[in-house]
Design a protein around this ligand. Structure first.
Ligand code: ARG
Length: 461
């Protein structure tokens, strides 16, 4: 087993079948930069504890610099014989620093504490990229809200017309879950900024190395409190996978609405040509593929989370090779979001809204019936009665095939003596929306306040 990280106690090398199963370089190579950063920090700790002279440390560091440059240029890549990124990079180091010096670096560390640290470094970097992408999407939604301060649309529950709302209110409703995702990432970050390095295989090291120094060199807040926990826990990976899932599910809910809004039947939005796709057979088609891919990828990212949790379930302490299965799912979630979010944001930023169509549909489906009931409450009628009166008016109008606003004085009086002609003051979508002026409501005044609060919450992140 020439050049491998282990082998002396074995009579022969691993079977080809085992090597094929065990190999992880095809996916863990993305951790190469972090592995080298870990080695640099570890060399510093070995020097501080007297295991490397200053000369040896500088020799080690220049060999690691050379290795990093060769990894960057592609001059150094994993060989077929390498089991994982750690083994490959130790081989690369020895090729550059010689077996004598290169062979000293592994003292006091294990791939178990290495990998547990590297996955955190990777996720911290990508969490920052994803947070930036999510912020850009929030900004695009807010910009669309700002561009349509007065537009009114049908607000729905059960996908049925419910009450008119401002388009801006609806768009901002999609920003808040994303703001909470950003807050979740910020909160997760504090738990993730911990360094298992120094925990060794599971029990710590006899060499008196300073894990604080390694943590600091890697930009992490502190070492793990427990070497077994540090090397075997993956809740920090699962929690990241959950946040990624929540982001993709939040996207999928907006995606579903955009798909509906873009149908001929709704006709609420037009997609920009640059963010829609055609059909290979139907020349007229212009499809919302970005939104559909967002909807589809939410399933994929959710699958990554559930797969990872299934891997962790009932896994005994400490490190088990099962833990190698944490990487592909979470790497896939990261890549998926980093490709999806910019496209999704571009689609949202370039949506054209047909505000006339929305306003025309907003009062349909008797969506002002609650306004009638609440107008009656303002006249001193108990809500129970008001609800009945307004419901009777809906029924009377439905039978006649007219809208609430079309009911004449005689019909109003026939339904209830409480329904004086003054009720028409609330039978406009503008009046309805303006009157929902409580905190968090859809009135233009409340939406303007909400918009300011959104900016403040993003500022505080
Ligand atoms: N490649 C492994 C992982 O991703 C780390 C190596 C640990 N291997 C071992 N035999 N202890 O978790």
């Amino acid at each position: 087993n020439e050049g491998a990280l282990w082998g002396a106690r074995f009579a022969g090398g691993p079977s080809a079948a085992l090597a094929a199963l065990s190999k992880s370089t095809h996916f863990d190579w993305v951790l190469a930069d972090y592995d080298i950063a870990g080695s640099r920090a570890h060399a510093t700790a070995l020097n501080a504890a007297g295991y490397l002279t200053d000369d040896e440390l500088s020799g080690m560091k220049s060999a690691l610099d050379q290795l990093q440059a060769d990894v960057n240029s592609g001059a150094f890549v994993a060989a077929d014989s390498d089991e994982d990124v750690h083994g490959a990079l130790e081989r690369g180091l020895i090729e550059r620093a010689g077996a004598e010096l290169g062979g000293r670096l592994r003292a006091g560390r294990s791939r178990n504490d290495q990998i547990a640290t590297l996955i955190r470094l990777y996720l911290l970097d990508h969490a920052a990229i994803i947070a930036g992408d999510v912020t850009a999407l929030i900004d695009a939604l807010a910009a669309q809200a700002d561009a349509h301060p007065d537009a009114i649309m049908p607000g729905r529950t059960h996908l049925q017309h419910a009450q008119p709302v401002l388009l801006a209110h609806h768009l901002l409703a999609h920003t808040w879950p994303l703001v909470r995702d950003l807050e979740r990432l910020a909160d997760w970050r504090e738990r993730a900024r911990v360094s298992p390095y120094g925990g060794g295989a599971l029990a710590g090291s006899t060499l008196g190395l300073d894990p604080q120094l390694v943590a600091r060199e890697l930009g992490l807040a502190r070492p793990s409190e427990n070497s077994m926990d540090g090397t075997a826990a993956r809740d920090v990976v699962a929690e990241f996978a959950f946040i990624a899932t929540m982001i993709s599910i939040n996207l999928s809910r907006l995606a579903e609405e955009i798909i509906l809004w873009n149908t001929r039947e709704f006709g609420f939005v037009t997609l920009d040509d640059a963010f829609s796709t055609g059909s290979s057979i139907m020349p007229q088609k212009k499809n919302p593929d970005i939104a559909e891919l967002a909807r589809g990828k939410a399933g994929r990212v959710l699958g990554n989370l559930t797969g990872l949790l299934a891997t962790l379930k009932a896994l005994p302490l400490a490190y088990n090779r099962d833990l190698q299965e944490d990487k592909e799912p979470v790497f896939d979630s990261v890549t998926t979001l980093e490709v999806l979010l910019p496209a999704f944001t571009g689609m949202v930023a370039t949506l054209t809204f047909d505000t006339e169509r929305m306003a025309e549909l907003a009062p349909q489906g008797f969506s002002l019936a609650t306004d009638v009931a609440e107008w009656l409450v303002n006249q001193g009628v108990p809500f129970r009665v008001a609800h009945e009166v307004s419901g009777s008016l809906v029924r009377a109008c439905e039978i006649r095939g007219i809208g609430l606003e079309d009911a004449d004085d005689a019909l109003l009086a026939e339904v209830s003596a409480h329904l004086t002609p003054e009720v028409r003051s609330v039978l406009s979508i503008e009046g309805s929306v303006a009157s929902r002026n409580g905190t968090g409501g859809t009135s233009p005044a409340q939406v303007a306040i909400q918009r300011k609060t959104l900016a403040e919450r993003l500022e505080a992140l």
